[in-house]
Design a protein around this ligand. Structure first.
Ligand SMILES: [Fe+2]
Length: 380
């Protein structure tokens, strides 16, 4: 995924700009054709029409949009068919999109009277709405809206949410989740590792009763019972633990003169996928510098965007709690109104989580129930 390729000398044909994303030739729309997300070999194409101005699409490849706010009660059968693992009322992640490397789920937990352990992968939660207490083998962590919770594979845990609506996006990774190298930005950029919170050991419920741990292994649940609370850890040392960072503590890198690619907003990295955070930030200032994402086909990655808060300036008709999936091979880019609109504003207040996957994703029946089937035509 990250192997270096010898760059070719940039070749040129016809009308183009020498500095990508700046001073596009009059009347053109820029398209980026790039490998390896946004850090491989790249060519920019200057077109007379937005490449998303199709009239019809026949066949399975198309952009998708899902409204996760609308889980319908009638959807029970489809939801069950989409489950992988726990189906307990208090903790029943609904799988939406998945491949061999990663699975995205929508979870609305209530207070769990059992513990959960994922033996298949690391669990990264993004808290879209809600707050509460996460009890783990390593101690207790309090969480709130905008938190990412990173739970290493094999950790025993349960959610004890506070009152109110709980809606979490679960990004289940079948390889270890780490943070990307900051290189020349230095170790304290984007977020200072000192902003990370880890669990603290507290007095736990030592009631002698039967305690259950629901272990997910190859997507099947095994229940193991103990006559004592299995969170009976009284001390630990080491560098493998649960951790938390809030999106408010992530300080996006930006340039006043150049639209940085999404890869500049990478928060987590794992095998064959990356998690990026798009956060409130000023737009590019300089006249001529593009302010909206360029059209691209991102040919090596499927792109999923979960929209959590704020105004999503590049996508019309997309609100909080919605998710889009743009598979590799078909183009995507800003909606028509976004380009002139971006010129009238000086900043974006969006909070969105992006998951870019190297291998193609598949949608579950539950995702299809929440799909807006006309999304492909929304660029018209
Ligand atoms: Fe993209």
């Amino acid at each position: 995924m990250s192997q270096k390729q010898t760059p070719l000398f940039p070749l040129r044909q016809g009308r183009h700009t020498r500095q990508a994303h700046v001073d596009l030739p009059e009347g053109t729309f820029e398209e980026e054709h790039a490998r390896q997300g946004f850090f491989g070999r790249t060519t920019h194409l200057y077109r007379l029409h937005p490449v998303t101005d199709w009239t019809r699409i026949e066949g399975p490849l198309r952009p998708h949009s899902y409204d996760l706010n609308g889980l319908k009660p009638s959807a029970e059968e489809a939801i069950r068919a989409s489950m992988s693992g726990s189906t307990e009322a208090a903790f029943a992640p609904i799988r939406l999109l998945y491949n061999q490397d990663v699975a995205l789920h929508w979870v609305a937990p209530s207070a769990m009277d059992f513990f959960y352990r994922n033996a298949d992968g690391d669990d990264v939660y993004y808290i879209h709405t809600g707050a509460g207490k996460l009890e783990t083998t390593f101690g207790v962590l309090h969480y709130a809206t905008g938190d990412y919770l990173v739970i290493p594979r094999g950790t025993t845990y349960r959610f004890l949410p506070a009152a109110g609506d709980q809606r979490y996006l679960l990004i289940e990774s079948f390889s270890e989740v780490t943070i990307p190298d900051r290189n020349q930005l230095g170790p304290n950029a984007i977020f200072d590792p000192a902003m990370v919170d880890t669990p603290e050991l507290e007095a736990y419920d030592a009631t002698p009763r039967e305690w259950a741990v629901h272990i997910k292994r190859e997507h099947a649940i095994t229940k193991v019972y103990y006559p004592f609370n299995p969170l009976d850890v009284v001390g630990w040392k080491g560098d493998l633990t649960v951790w938390r960072i809030n999106v408010k503590d992530i300080r996006p890198v930006l340039s006043a003169r150049y639209h940085l690619p999404p890869s500049a907003h990478s928060t987590f990295i794992a095998q064959n996928f990356v998690i990026c955070s798009f956060l409130p930030r000023p737009f590019e200032e300089e006249e001529g510098a593009m302010r909206v994402p360029f059209f691209h086909s991102n040919i090596d990655y499927d792109e999923v965007l979960f929209y959590s808060a704020g105004h999503f300036f590049s996508r019309d008709g997309i609100g909080a709690g919605m998710m889009t999936w743009h598979p590799q091979g078909i183009h995507h880019g800003p909606h028509p109104k976004a380009i002139p609109l971006s010129r009238t504003k000086d900043r974006t207040d969006e909070v969105a989580v992006m998951v870019d996957t190297y291998r193609p994703l598949k949608a579950t029946p539950a995702a299809e129930l929440m799909e807006n089937k006309n999304y492909w035509a929304s660029w018209k």
